[in-house]
Design a protein around this ligand. Structure first.
Ligand SMILES: Cc1cc2nc3c(=O)[nH]c(=O)nc-3n(C[C@H](O)[C@H](O)[C@H](O)COP(=O)(O)OP(=O)(O)OC[C@H]3O[C@@H](n4cnc5c(N)ncnc54)[C@H](O)[C@@H]3O)c2cc1C
Ligand code: SF4
Length: 327
């Protein structure tokens, strides 16, 4: 493991002043430390941000603000999140294990790196780890890889469950850096791989995530996070669906669908949402939405099954959401 300096910041300003492109903030450390041990991440300096007062979850005039250092378990179990944003609560509780959720932060979850096996295998080519070296997954074993928004340079997926719910709930990521504060709409926060798979987000070097804002939501009563995985616990999603409906007088007034395990970023299925709005909530409508969501999907050698799996997961998730959010 490469030697690094360690600095503990107690204020946002101190953390930002100490940050540059060779530094890394450390929150729960559940992703970063593994990657440092594997030599994938090699910061010169770690800036410990866990003492900064950024763990509050507070109602705002337009919704709720979740501090970047709020633990995944605290966020999932917070009364405001459970009652007003149960989709987020469900997604968080589907992730990792209780021990990991007790350490993992909201900011760190947003920035966790892919679980592509070749990314952490230093003997294999990987454009994300070493730009220009190639992508071992495209011709290799790619069962867990992406089917939407891929490029010839990378077919990795974003592994987060929490982020799929945040995509569906129109979250906004608040960041601070040397040039000031910014608010980044969730759909613009994570990037598709294109020619630069090593650039994963809209965050500039040295910028600190301070909070995630959620707008008021009409979806609390009818939403569902469905995670299809190889084990019941402690496994990343093969495919996941965050589905949320606002139904009035038997007609869908508003709808959100986001997918996990299928793309380099949490994938918002906007075309599917258009089909749902104004329609009756039944299997025919849901299947049409699922077809629209997966239009343009491209399977690889080992993951073509994900296309139909994702469609079925969408139908199932919408069906469960229609019946009412499980509490
Ligand atoms: C065995 C295992 C299974 C897992 N399973 C799942 C799963 O099923 N679903 C799921 O969603 N996740 C899963 N995870 C991932 C886990 O959720 C993440 O590791 C965790 O959310 C990262 O949060 P952290 O606070 O520990 O981040 P850290 O490891 O501290 O940091 C991660 C990255 O974020 C950066 N960072 C952290 N906070 C900030 C900030 N405020 N501003 C700017 N940069 C920041 C760090 O510099 C680093 O680059 C799993 C992890 C493990 C180890
Ligand atoms: S899919 Fe992306 S992360 Fe995986 S080997 Fe290819 S370039 Fe690397």
């Amino acid at each position: 493991m490469k030697p690094f300096a360690y600095l503990r910041a107690t204020e946002t300003s101190t953390a930002i002043e100490a940050a540059n492109s060779q530094t890394k903030f450390i929150a729960g450390g559940t992703n970063l430390l593994d990657l440092m041990k594997e030599g994938v991440e090699q910061p010169d300096r770690l800036i410990d941000i866990t003492r900064i007062q950024l763990a509050q979850i507070q109602p705002t005039a337009n919704g709720v603000r979740i501090g970047a250092l709020a633990k995944n378990s605290d966020t999932a179990n917070h009364p405001t999140i459970r009652t007003r944003y149960p989709l987020l609560s469900q997604a968080l509780l589907a992730g990792a294990s209780p021990q990991l959720r007790n350490m993992a932060s909201v900011g760190g979850n947003l920035l966790q790196r892919t679980c592509c096996y070749y990314f952490t295998n230093n003997t294999m080519p990987c454009n994300k780890r070493q730009p220009g070296s190639g992508c071992a997954a495209i011709e290799g074993y790619n069962r867990i890889h992406a089917i939407l928004g891929t490029s010839n340079n990378c077919i990795a997926t974003h592994p987060s469950d929490m982020c799929v719910a945040l995509a569906a709930l129109d979250a906004v990521v608040r960041v601070s850096g040397a040039k000031g504060d910014r608010a980044i709409p969730f759909s613009e926060f994570h990037r598709l791989p294109g020619d630069t798979p090593q650039i994963e987000t809209a965050l500039q070097p040295g910028e600190l995530i301070t909070a995630v804002d959620l707008p008021n939501s009409p979806f609390a009563e009818k939403s569902h996070y469905l995670k299809v995985r190889d084990r019941a616990s402690y496994a990343f999603a093969v495919v996941s669906v965050a589905a949320a409906l606002d139904i009035s007088n038997g007609t869908i007034r508003n709808a959100r669908i986001a997918l996990g395990g299928v793309a380099h970023k949490p994938w918002r299925a906007v075309e599917a949402e258009k089909i749902l709005v104004g329609a009756k909530p039944n299997e025919q409508t849901f299947r049409a939405a699922a077809e629209a969501a997966l239009r343009g999907a491209k399977g690889y050698k080992d993951n073509t099954f994900k296309v139909e799996l994702a469609k079925r997961a969408i139908v199932r998730s919408l069906t469960i959401a229609t019946a009412g959010t499980a509490t």
